[in-house]
Design a binder for this molecule. Structure first.
Ligand code: SF4
Ligand code: SF4
Length: 361
């Protein structure tokens, strides 16, 4: 059986989070695996430099609570590392840490500024992940325009450095091939423990531009696939809609019947999380109407720039794996031909200036 520890935590109150982390550590016997010399890595979701109030990134208060517990257990080597969207440099990491209010954690852990990476199983992986003895995956529970859900498994894709991530979208342009690659990466850098920030989650146009949905939980598990099953249940979304969950089950990495929970009761969202605009078509393809559309002309979703909102920052252009976006007169302009509907552009836009449009493929 795979165990998922569930704790209700209504807000980011430091003491309440600390208590939940201690309960997770006890339930999962985490202390048994740690010594003073264990090099522990915290791998948060740092998609982009956003204030924690927007629920785009893992909240610093949860990361502090984890570091506090680790230090009490005598662990001295605690590093926080991730590769946010865009370029992967010391300067860009510092900017993201500051915007995400992580700089204040420097008294309890080391904020990685090393942009080196190595290779493992054919994937480029940032060095702190390769060098860690014990990886604690710290995802945020969110919707995602391509993979429907961004949680534990998807968070490990952030082990790929900077602009190597759009390259992978280019090489794996369909949802299924991309999901298979994300799963391969997760198997390559499998976390020893996952502690999920599901206090304030994101619904709608996640992972970067959705709306905050307060759920009031932290979840933890040794099993990265089992915790995603609990996450999708919490979102109230049918698991079949989430490609990473479908594929993990198909590969035999997860058996939902062999998951047990401990701690508090997990109450699914009611109403369920609003899905991203980009995948509503895909959900409808499982309904009678959608099957009709599949047979007689299913529409595909494409990005649509909103010039009134665009500030011409160029982050969408930098992240587009097909190099289809130009900045003209300080506005983003997309050439749709060749677009693979990966929505990296929408994910990286800081002002929600990338909308969606549908047309026949
Ligand atoms: S335009 Fe946007 S959705 Fe299309 S390939 Fe580029 S990043 Fe992906
Ligand atoms: S669409 Fe968004 S990411 Fe692209 S240039 Fe405009 S503001 Fe920046």
């Amino acid at each position: 059986m795979a165990l998922v520890s569930v704790r209700r935590v209504a807000t980011y109150d430091p003491e309440a989070l600390y208590r939940s982390v201690c309960q997770h550590f006890d339930a999962l016997h985490v202390a048994d695996e740690l010594t003073p010399n264990t090099r522990v890595l915290l791998k948060p979701n740092l998609l982009a430099g956003r204030d924690p109030a927007f629920a785009v990134t893992t909240h610093p208060a949860l990361l502090r609570a984890i570091a506090r517990r680790l230090r009490e257990l005598g662990v001295t080597h605690i590093t926080l590392a991730d590769s946010p969207g865009g370029v992967y440099t010391a300067a860009s990491l510092r900017r993201v840490y500051a915007a995400c209010k992580l700089s204040s954690l420097a008294d309890v852990l080391t904020l990685n500024e090393d942009n080196a990476y190595g290779e493992k199983n054919g994937f480029s992986i940032i060095r702190p992940v390769l060098e860690a003895d014990f990886i604690i995956n710290c995802p945020k529970l969110k919707t995602h325009g391509l993979t429907v859900m961004s949680a534990a498994v998807k968070n490990m894709f952030g082990s790929v450095p900077g602009l190597k991530k759009p390259e992978m979208h280019y090489l794996k342009p369909t949802v299924d091939t991309f999901a298979a690659t994300v799963l391969d990466i997760c198997e390559t850098v499998k976390p020893h423990l996952t502690i999920m920030d599901a206090v304030d989650c994101m619904e709608g146009n996640g992972p970067g531009n959705g709306t905050v949905r307060a759920m009031g939980y932290t979840l933890a598990s040794r099993d990265v696939y089992a915790i995603d099953e609990a996450g999708v249940q919490l979102m109230g979304i049918r698991p079949i809609l989430a490609p990473l969950i479908r594929l993990a089950r198909k590969r035999g990495l997860c058996d939902p019947a062999a998951i047990e929970t401990a701690g508090d009761t997990l109450v699914p969202a009611n109403p369920p999380f609003t899905l991203p605009d980009t995948i509503i078509t895909r959900e409808h393809s499982l309904t009678p109407n959608g099957i009709f559309r599949l047979l007689f002309g299913r529409k595909r979703t494409y990005p649509l720039m909103v010039p009134e909102k665009c500030i011409g920052c160029g982050r969408c252009a930098e992240s587009c794996p097909r190099h289809l976006i130009d900045i003209i007169d300080r506005k983003a302009v997309i050439a749709r031909k060749g677009c693979i509907s990966c929505f990296c552009c929408q994910e990286m836009c800081p002002v929600n200036a990338v909308d969606t449009a549908r047309k026949q493929p």
